[in-house]
Structures are given as C-alpha cells and as structure tokens.
Ligand binder design. Structure first.
Ligand code: PEP
Ligand code: MN
Length: 336
C-alpha cells in the first residue's frame, strides 16, 4: 500500500503519519518524489485497510500496490531513480559507459587500460579481483591485491571503480576499496549477499541471473532496497537460451519492459552476452539506440594474452571508435 501525501506536507507532517502507520504494526518507508512525498507500507501480512489512513491530515490518496515487489516498482516511485557516481549519472537519460578488463591482472595492465578507456570517454572503470569462474582450475583473480590495484586506478585517473563481490565473507574488504559493488549473474539469488549489499553505502550493480525472469530479477533488487540501499543499477548481460552462435542471448526486450515496471536504472553489458568481440560492437550500438541507462564493456590492451574473457574484450582503438558512434546514436535518439 502506498500513502500519497498532499504537496507541501512538512517533515513533521510526514513523521506524524509514519508514526500512525507504525502504531498499527507495519513498517513505513517515506519515498521522496518529484513534488510530493509518499509513504510505502511494508511488512503487512495480508491486505491493509485503506480507511485507516484515508482521513488523516495531509493524506491525498491511498493506493493498493498489486505488484509482489514494492520498493523497486513504478507504483511506489513514479520518477526514475538517478544514481550519481563520480561525474556519471545513471537514470537521467544519459548513458555512462563502464569499461575495463574482465579481470585485474597487474597494476600496469589496469593503469594502461584505464588511461585509454578514460580518453575514449568511459566514466567508470571495471575489473574483477574475485572472479566467478566455471572451472576451479581457471584464474580466480588477484583477490585483495587486485582491489589495491583498482584503488590505485582511481587515484591515478579519477575514475570510480567497479568490481564484483563473490561472497559475504569478502564484502567488507571489497567495499573498503571500490566505489561500486557488482553482484554477478551467478549470485543474483544469493539472498544473504543481497541483504549484505543492502546494508552497504555503495551503489550496487545487480546483474540479471542467466535464467532469471524479470520478476525474479526485480525481487532480487527488492532484497537490496529492503535493507535500506536504494542505489541499485540493474544490468542485462545476456541469458541462457538454446543458441550456440553466441555465448548468451542479449535480451534487449527486457530493457523497455523493466523500465515500465521499475524506476531503477538499467544498463546493458553486451560483452558477456556476445562472448566474441565482433558481436559485442553491434550489440553495443543497439543498446545505445534502445535508451539503456548505461553500458558495461570489456576492453583489454592485449586480449590475446588476457587471463579471462579475451575473446570478447575490445581492443582500445575499437572501443574508442565504438564510443564515438554511440555518441552519434544517442544524439539522434535524444534523452527521452
Ligand atoms: C563480469 O562482469 O566479469 C562477470 C563475471 O559478469 P557476469 O556475472 O555477467 O557473468
Ligand atoms: Mn568477463
């Protein structure tokens, strides 16, 4: 249930209604909107009687919420959530690009790539320090050393850094070194990890599980928001289908579908969807044309020597050309 307040309700007015809701044993969560505040009622078992709140001073209307997710839904918050990270804003109609290698391999490697992607217009740097690999014998990442290299990239280039956290065990460590926490496709329904991310002050990029429906994905985001972290960025990265011509199938249709259901920004990762660089490029253009709120693209200075995902990593000069063309596409498409 959503209690919509009159325009201009004072802070004390909001608090008074929050107290009344809590007195009935529910959780009240104020949601600031464009021109008025609403209060979401959470933790109700069964339906809530609208009549309890309709006559209260400052209450404009009471709307029952029919969706299983609440905090992430457009019913709860009409306006897009905007998430500012460094100079980038996700959710305001622009398309910040996060670029970098799949894995952090050495300080020299990350610094070289970071300088070139920054020059090409990337606004955030990515690199995995803890890698979720299909095989336990594959390179697992540099761990803490990798996090230190990422912190150095931020120091040297000013780019905020993004990395994946694999488990609750290493959360504090990852959180202490990077600006944005990524939860990977294999962990989308790791509920204890989602809850821990919800208690973080850092923005979270939540990748779609490789076989997750939109509803399940939004429910995963709800776990994070329910713990108090409203800075969630959804990332479509390709889903598992029957095809063999690409690593995954980029589900571009989920972008407009998600935008209808949720106010959270949604970005696209064409790299993990495609698996090979020749397919990454046209998918990046399509994502730009689609109005994605951002993109995540893997770039490597020596992809043939990469310790993971070399085949899908763009060469720096390719990335630069892609960025130019994407800017031209966005200029035509406009910013909604
Ligand atoms: C990654 O971004 O490096 C990664 C492992 O992504 P995903 O979780 O989408 O496979
Ligand atoms: Mn990768």
């Amino acid at each position: 249930m959503l209690v919509v307040l009159e325009k201009g309700t004072t802070e004390e007015g909001v608090l008074a209604i929050v107290r009344i809701i809590e007195k009935r044993g529910y959780t009240a969560r104020p949601i600031p909107g464009g021109d008025r505040v609403s209060i979401g009622i959470l933790h109700n078992k069964g339906s809530v009687d609208a009549a309890h709140f309709l006559g209260l001073d400052g209450v404009k209307e009471v709307i029952p919420v029919t969706k299983p997710y609440k905090l992430v839904s457009r019913e709860f918050q009409r306006d897009n959530t905007q998430i500012k990270i460094g100079d980038a804003v996700f959710g305001n109609g622009t398309m910040p690009v996060i670029a970098g290698p799949c894995a952090v391999e050495s300080l020299e490697q990350v610094l070289t790539i970071a300088r070139s992607v920054k020059n090409a217009g990337a606004m955030l740097f990515r690199g995995g320090a803890f890698k979720p690999r299909t095989s336990p014998y594959s390179f697992q990442g540099l761990g803490e050393q990798g996090l230190k290299f990422l912190a150095k990239v931020r120091e040297e280039t000013g780019l905020p850094v993004v990395t994946e956290v694999l488990d609750v065990e290493n959360f504090d460590l990852v959180e202490a070194h990077v600006d944005v926490i990524q939860i990977g496709t294999r962990n989308m329904q790791n509920f204890s990890l989602l809850r821990r991310a919800g208690r973080s002050k850092r923005p979270v990029i939540l990748k779609r599980g490789m076989s997750a429906m939109l509803q399940e994905w939004l429910m995963a985001a709800e776990y994070i928001m329910e713990e108090g972290n409203s800075q969630v960025i959804l990332c479509e990265r390709g889903i598992r289908t029957f095809v063999r011509h690409s690593r995954n199938t980029l589900d571009l249709s989920v972008v407009p579908a998600a935008k209808k259901e949720t106010h959270l920004p949604i970005i696209v990762d064409p790299s993990h969807a495609a698996g090979v660089r020749d397919q990454v490029i046209p998918l990046a253009y399509a994502s730009a044309a689609l109005g994605a709120d951002g993109q995540m693209i893997e770039v490597h200075n020596k992809p043939e020597e990469a310790l993971s995902d070399g085949a899908q990593s763009l060469y720096p000069d390719q990335f630069e050309a892609v960025m130019k063309k994407m800017n031209a596409i966005r200029a035509i498409i406009g910013t909604e």
